[in-house]
Design a protein around this ligand. Structure first.
Ligand code: MN
Length: 260
């Protein structure tokens, strides 16, 4: 890679020849948090408290205290998040190689399927059909599942909790086995609250996106938005989580570079 190529990227960024698309949901106290049945411990929602706002508490400055679970809003799943990935020394938010945090992305458009069936399950056939049209998933690429689920602005509709668990789209065990075993991906990203299907607690193994991706040292992205603004191939994602010591993940700003 030459300095000349990077200089061309800089010119394209400055001239608008490369568009920067924000794939991040706004973080607020109403940001939906995944619901887990007791006795499973819950994750805290996002909290924000004003420290000062150009007032007697701080006459010239505005700032806040914030707190939340690591897996809140648009967030990053590190390999150690799952027990299957616990032995990766470079699988924590502070030990992940920075090189993996800038990577290409492919987008599999499942928006029509998810609109027709809120429990749509992505199968290997969908992935191979996508590849027949757009080419093989490149080594080191993020695979993003577009469902337009992020357009559900009401938190209840976003979580879509029913008596038999959440109804939300996601990948099958076989789809995860295919991406982990047959392709060399960087990770798996979705628009829903977590990387797995809403009914994935009943899958075998349960939660295959977590179980298999993290078991293979792969990364995860949840609660993405604006995937409808990305091309099927060619985007580059910038996804650095907070450098939390021994962190399992973190909220983050996800940016995509897209050629115009
Ligand atoms: Mn997570």
């Amino acid at each position: 890679m030459s300095n000349e190529l990077l200089a061309q990227v800089a010119v394209a960024l400055a001239s608008g020849g490369i568009r920067v698309v924000d794939l991040t949901q706004t973080l607020s106290p109403s940001t939906p948090v995944i619901g887990l049945p007791p006795p499973i411990a819950p994750s805290n929602a996002f909290r924000i408290e004003e420290i000062s706002h150009y007032d007697e508490r701080g006459p010239a400055w505005y700032w806040n205290n914030i707190s939340m679970g690591e897996h809140t809003g648009t967030h990053f799943d590190a390999p150690v998040h799952w027990v299957t990935g616990k032995d990766y020394a470079d699988g924590y938010t502070d030990t992940l190689p920075a090189q993996r945090l800038v990577a290409p992305a492919v987008v599999i458009d499942c928006s029509k399927e998810a609109a027709a069936d809120e429990r749509f399950t992505l199968q290997p056939d969908h992935i191979t059909a996508w590849e027949a049209k757009h080419g093989r998933i490149p080594d080191g690429a993020w695979v993003l599942m577009r469902t337009d689920w992020s357009k559900r602005s009401d938190p209840d509709a976003f979580l879509n909790m029913k008596e038999d668990g959440p109804h939300s789209p996601g990948p099958s065990v076989e789809a995860m086995r295919f991406l982990v075993g047959q392709r060399n991906v960087n990770g798996w990203g979705v628009e829903c609250v977590g990387t797995d299907h809403g009914q994935a607690f009943m899958f075998e193994p349960p939660f295959p996106a977590h179980n298999m991706m993290h078991g293979a040292g792969k990364l995860g992205l949840a609660s993405l938005t604006n995937l409808d603004q990305l091309p099927p191939t060619g985007a580059i994602l910038i996804t650095p989580p907070l450098k939390i010591e021994n962190g399992s993940g973190s909220p983050l700003r996800v940016l995509a570079l897209v050629g115009v």
